[in-house]
Design a protein around this ligand. Structure first.
Ligand SMILES: Cc1cc2nc3c(=O)[nH]c(=O)nc-3n(C[C@H](O)[C@H](O)[C@H](O)COP(=O)(O)OP(=O)(O)OC[C@H]3O[C@@H](n4cnc5c(N)ncnc54)[C@H](O)[C@@H]3O)c2cc1C
Length: 383
């Protein structure tokens, strides 16, 4: 059994937030390890853990639904270029985003504060410039670069590479047990074991079996629909309330990007009014499937209605899970002696994961919490 050198901090979970935390810890000079598996090679048979980022696109924008989400996005977006340049891994496409919400003007105000060019636009301009038909009567905002989309697989790869370049240990495997020992923690799995003085748990929807404490989170099943569509260079990212097929509260899409099989597809998702909630022991089965047929039907209707002239082709689907909290905020804080968490992205954390990871890493620094945001916004709640 391989035994790794003892580290100061081990991050469990090499997803979007965990890999961001890993980079910040490693680059601060701390001895650290970033531990988590890559994508399952066969989704149908893997016993997990799965993740919420094994996908080709995530919307990015500064304009957010409240002040916290706006601020963390602004800080994270400002670092994309540096992460891309130093890792040599590109992940950001600043194509812009449309936001259609009753309070879109408030989204604009919040974003302007952070230097965004977000502004209100009218539906005729949207239709003629982008081909998107928004007929709800709600206000619409457009935000240009850095808004657009990111490739979450490549962002994790970039953060992982920078963690290694800064001297961090990267273990490409799952942790199967955590035990307190010798004033720290022993983390073990098929990779062997490693001792850490302290740990940061950033395992998304999975990993609750590792600990006795349970956080107050919901695991919300999500299905995404990807329709073949050539990229005409005009369609921006979109997030829209009250879509035409109103079995769903809101929809979002990522414009056409290339998928691993070489096809180019637009991806649509959203949050169904009849959300399916999953228990931890139901997660793996959910990821073995193709998603919820009602959600697939509803998303397809909305895609066709919002892009009436687009020559949409065949459709593929994929399951995903959102980890949500009652507050709508991520949990970033200490939950037990020597244990911090940075968890629960509430469906919005991809774009801001580098900043949320940085805040998670700050739980372990001498300087402590390093943000103008009140840490109590992020206080973990137990079930
Ligand atoms: C369909 C969908 C669309 C989304 N769209 C957007 C969007 O457009 N824009 C946006 O900003 N956000 C979006 N999100 C949200 C975003 O993807 C999540 O908030 C983000 O992935 C959360 O990051 P995370 O690190 O908490 O979780 P993850 O990215 O899921 O990472 C958690 C990691 O922990 C690992 N792990 C679990 N258990 C263990 C263990 N025992 N040992 C080691 N590792 C373990 C997993 O392998 C995984 O890699 C979307 C989410 C979904 C599901």
């Amino acid at each position: 059994m391989t035994s790794h050198e003892r580290v100061d901090v081990a991050v469990i979970g090499r997803g979007l937030i965990g890999s961001g935390a890993g980079r910040h810890l490693a680059e601060s000079g701390r001895s650290m390890a970033l531990i988590g598996p890559g994508e399952p090679s066969d989704w149908n048979t893997s016993d997990g853990p799965f993740s919420s980022h094994h996908d080709q696109g995530r919307i990015t924008r500064i304009a957010g639904r409240n002040a916290m989400w706006t601020e963390v996005a602004a800080h994270a977006c400002a670092r994309y270029a540096d992460i891309e340049a130093r890792s040599g891994i590109g992940f950001h496409t600043p194509r812009g985003v449309l936001v259609s919400y009753p309070d879109a003007a408030d989204w604009v105000d919040r974003a302007e504060h952070w230097g965004s060019d977000a502004h209100l636009v009218d539906p005729d301009w949207v239709r003629s410039e982008t081909g998107v038909a928004i007929e709800s009567g709600l206000d619409i905002a457009f935000e240009g670069a850095p808004a657009g989309h990111i490739n979450p697989r490549r962002l994790v790869a970039a953060q992982t590479r920078l963690t290694e370049l800064a001297g961090g240990t990267v273990i490409d495997d799952a942790v199967r047990a955590v035990e307190r020992r010798d004033g720290g923690f022993e983390l073990s799995g098929a990779f062997g074991s490693i001792m850490a003085d302290r740990i940061l748990v950033s395992t998304g929807g999975f990993g609750s079996e590792l600990f006795d404490w349970k956080l107050d989170v919901e695991r919300r099943a999500r299905t995404i629909v990807m329709a073949r569509l050539a990229d005409d260079g005009r369609i921006p990212s979109l997030i829209l309330d009250q879509p035409p097929d109103d079995r769903i509260q809101e929809v979002y899409w990522v414009p056409p990007v290339e998928y691993p099989d070489g096809s180019v597809r637009i991806k649509i998702g959203g949050n169904m009014k009849d959300t399916i909630f999953l228990e931890p022991d139901e997660l793996v089965d959910w990821f073995h499937g193709d998603g919820d047929p009602a959600e697939i039907d509803c998303l397809g209707n909305n895609l066709r209605a919002l892009l009436p002239d687009a020559p949409l082709g065949d459709v593929t689907t994929q399951p995903c899970v959102i980890t949500g909290t009652p507050t709508g905020m991520p949990y970033i804080g200490t939950v037990d002696d020597g244990i911090g968490v940075a968890i629960a992205g509430n469906g919005s954390a991809a774009k801001s994961s580098d900043e949320l990871g940085r805040l998670g890493a700050s739980l372990f620094g001498e300087a402590g919490w390093d943000s103008g945001l009140d840490p109590s916004l992020f206080t973990p709640q137990f079930a």
